[in-house]
Design a protein around this ligand. Structure first.
Ligand code: PGA
Length: 247
């Protein structure tokens, strides 16, 4: 049973995967699915953006912290706006690791996303050793605080958060519903120290090996408002069954 009154969101992060055939299959599946009570977002590699029907909500997997100019390989908020992209994943652990994105850089990107009136999907989450040594909450708090230093809490009405424990991403090792709920409640409580009203309304997604067979139990936790889906978003049937669990 769904206990949260917040709007449910499921975002598929294709990462560096997918092809034209998948664009077509996903669209076909979404077209017939009756997902009225939620937002479904697809975050494909950039070249596929133009192949999607305008009814599909699109998200970017990255954005530059700069407005425009000599930044080879980067993509600006203005460009994303032109292709009716509405969401931007920011602070994903793979970009933090592969591209050395610090908490401070993530904060600048969130600022850029909000300035362009796009919706950031701001990812936070700990590596396994941090969970084991008991500093999990300090680690997540530091990730949140870097953004709160750059972006006023009042602007968090337009932010979606995603809790993605790094040890659960692409490993098949999902956080238990209780583990996810514990961190989601911590995140909401941490934001509530600055603004309880905004904290109560903010959508917090869970990400990390969400599949059709575990989505329902994860999404039924009080502070879990949907999911950020990697591997399973590449299988249209599986992805749809995850969306149905949130709807
Ligand atoms: P996964 O990836 O679902 O394959 O674990 C989640 C993510 O990285 O967003």
């Amino acid at each position: 049973m769904q206990v949260s009154s917040r709007r449910q969101v499921v975002a598929g992060n294709w990462k560096m995967n997918g092809d034209k055939a998948l664009v077509e299959q996903i669209q076909r599946h979404l077209m017939v699915a009756d997902l009225k009570n939620m937002d479904v977002v697809i975050c494909p590699p950039f070249p596929y953006f133009g192949l999607f029907d305008s009814k599909v909500k699109l998200g970017s997997q990255n954005i530059s912290q700069f407005d425009s100019g000599a930044h080879t390989g980067e993509i600006s908020a203005a460009t994303l706006n032109e292709f009716s992209c509405e969401y931007v994943i920011v602070g994903h652990s793979e970009r933090r690791a592969d591209n050395h994105e610090s908490n401070e850089l993530v904060a600048l990107k969130v600022e850029q996303i909000l300035k362009a009136q796009l919706t950031p999907i701001l990812c936070v989450g700990e590596p396994e050793n941090v969970r084991e040594d008991g500093t999990l909450f300090d680690y997540i708090a530091a990730q949140l605080d870097a953004v709160l230093l750059q972006v006023d809490i009042s602007q968090f009405t337009d932010v979606i958060l995603a809790y993605e424990p790094i040890w659960a991403i692409g490993t098949g090792k999902t956080a238990s519903p209780a583990q996810a709920q514990e961190v989601h409640a911590f995140i909401r409580g941490h934001l509530a120290e600055q603004d309880a009203n905004i904290a109560a309304k903010i959508v917090i997604l869970y990400g990390g090996s969400v599949k059709g067979n575990n989505a329902q139990e994860l999404f039924s936790q009080a502070d879990v408002d949907g999911g950020l889906i990697g591997g399973a978003s590449l299988n249209p049937e599986e992805f749809l069954s995850i969306c149905r669990a949130a709807n």
